[in-house]
Design a protein around this ligand. Sequence first.
Ligand SMILES: Nc1ncnc2c1ncn2[C@@H]1O[C@H](COP(=O)(O)OP(=O)(O)OP(=O)(O)O)[C@@H](O)[C@H]1O
Ligand SMILES: Cc1ncsc1CCO
Ligand SMILES: [Mg+2]
Length: 291
Amino acid sequence: MPAAEPVFLFGGIIMGKEELQKAVREAVQRVREKNPMAPSITNTVTINLVANAQLAVGGSAAMVYMPDEGEAMAQLGGAMYINMGTQMPIYAETLIRTARALREEGKTWVVDPVGIGVGGLRMSVLKSFKEFKPGVVRGNASEIIALANLWGLESGVKNDGVRGVDATDSVDEAGAAAVSVARFTGGAVAVSGVRDLVTDGKVVVRCDGGSKFLPMITGAGCSLGGVVAVYACCASPFIAALTGTLVYNLAGERAEKKSEGPGSFQVHFLDELYKASAEEISVQSFSIEEE
Ligand SMILES: Nc1ncnc2c1ncn2[C@@H]1O[C@H](COP(=O)(O)OP(=O)(O)OP(=O)(O)O)[C@@H](O)[C@H]1O
Ligand SMILES: Cc1ncsc1CCO
Ligand SMILES: [Mg+2]
């Protein structure tokens, strides 16, 4: 007998894989219909790829740096993206004021805690984000573990030392941290790697695909965060995190087949983000595990 399809409670409704796929299709379609704006405060290394990926999936981008502009965008945008990659003195004010405004507006926001562990400003800002509860935390395994540790949540791993921007832990090692962060925020966590993990703290979804070239272009993870923010304009944090992860895995697989290396891959990858249909994204490989 085939194993029964896992079902779980999502927002009070019992959902199985087919319902999740339907929600993913709707998120993709709504974004392409509405062209929602997901503003960003993001790092200076990968800002262009973030904006281009947001546009490729059907969203609209606006990048700001100043405190009053962050607050204005918190009001104007559907959902917002904060990426911690390159810190500057003004961010001490911009990031906190923006996160507070997002919380007050009841807007979903996505944070990528890039480079957690490096520097006093980054650490103090990330620590205060605990109060403002981001709807989605997106990062690589090491960043998710370090954030859970910084916020004093159960992670099962001690890794609060200084690290760079690349992961040194596996996605599996970050599973407990991801679940405890999602339970704390009441939102979702997406951990990227060879096999991605997306959780709302109740269920864990594992997503396959992608490309060996994705970790060879800087900003694959950063731009995924921006794309998740675009979907969060039209879907719940969990569906947005899942939809972004699925489209990245699909576009990565397809782009690799046409590429000779990371340079041509990046060009094909943006094309494949643009070309992927709602149906194709929803049937990209994923499996559901109950927590
Ligand atoms: N070895 C791999 N094989 C297939 N896909 C991968 C691999 N590593 C990462 N990915 C995919 O690449 C994307 C970005 O994940 P990654 O873990 O590289 O982010 P990151 O380290 O935060 O990147 P960056 O900080 O450079 O933006 C995700 O969609 C993930 O699924
Ligand atoms: C390389 C790098 N340094 C700071 S942010 C960033 C982009 C990848 O996270
Ligand atoms: Mg990253």
